[in-house]
Design a protein around this ligand. Sequence first.
Ligand code: AMP
Length: 423
Amino acid sequence: MAEVIKAPRGTRDILGEEVFLWQRLEEVVRKYALLFGYEEIRTPIFEHTELFTRGVGEETDIVQKEMYTFTDKGGRSLTLRPEGTAPVVRAYLEHGFSVHEPRVKWYYIGPMFRYERPQAGRMRQFHQFGFEALGFGEPACDAEIIHLAWMIYQELGLLDLSLEVNSIGCPLCRPRYIARLREYLAPLEDRLCENCRRRLVSNPLRVLDCKVESCQEVFGEATFPKIQDFLCDACRKHERELFTLLENLRIPFAVNHRLVRGLDYYTRTVFEIKVRHLGAQDAVGGGGRYDGLSQALGGPDVPGVGFASGMERIVLLLEKTTQPSFPFRVYLAPQDEAGEGVLLSLSRELVACGIPFHLDFATKSLKYHLKHAQRMRIRFVVIVGESERTRGVFALKDLASGEQVSLPLSELLARLRKERELC
Ligand code: AMP
């Protein structure tokens, strides 16, 4: 026999009871999107590679190491989307929103692809939901996005959340900080890791989020320059207003001077939300302001702010804390072929009443059906054998109590309707 084919490394199937947790998560995301007035956008799974090299940045790990890029049969270079913001801004520009309706609030849910080393909570195909507000330059919108993320996590029951915020300035003030950073680090270069030495030339801000211990020691020194001291008046004002708004919303936060995020298009606000108990991969979501992205993609000057959250990591937490709520369903267990016919007719009535069901077939024993129903977490089983057919009734077994009753059609439907409402 040929070897059974497995899912590729870094991908996985989502099935069984776990699916209910994903559905719950998506339900909560959609609920808050509706509440805050964000509309759904669905962009393609693959885009022109150039969208990400320009929109995410040549110097980022994503573009340098992690993209799933391929040439299609027409010779185009395409890439499976590694993140959602650049595609959303591409769609915004392509459909002329910047001209006709410059202020939009959108959200997305879907798979993303990055060639990373897989581990718990880090996959090559993973899922994100994200919110983007385009055309909004006000700090209140940064606060709204953070508020939205915070509310979603709270509703999902994620405990021990921590929010870190920073400002990385704008093209006016950031170069002064970068110059200072380079100057400060130049004599310390041999204490930095190889990656940081390279970044010092190509993308010095990224040096700040290096996790290597010897680099951490350098950054921890008291004289290390902080970007906060280099912000221009407008960036400083933006940051101060955001902090006040977060305080008013009673969202606790800490300023992390070294939070920079891996993407080049961020300006001013950057933030990250972490959850304790997640181990090394403790960031559930992050985002910030990306006022430079539209222009990087060839569009006009359009401010924007957004947030993306990993979903695998949330589901890992939900698995520990939440009992999945199973939908109400009825298991239909025929005892013989004629019983199959009766239950098939019953299924029409159930559809009309909006009662979900699982119809199995008479090729299996009653013992099998009862076990199967239990495995499927279905509480009520309707059984039809010869004795039910001759009496014109349905046997209804409640697997929770063990009780079994015989009911004519109308009473069966009434009982099931009642049970569904109680559920
Ligand atoms: P980013 O788009 O890199 O800002 O990531 C936002 C969030 O997506 C992170 O905080 C993670 O929760 C999640 N995430 C990023 N990369 C992965 C991955 N490879 N596997 C699972 N989740 C991820």
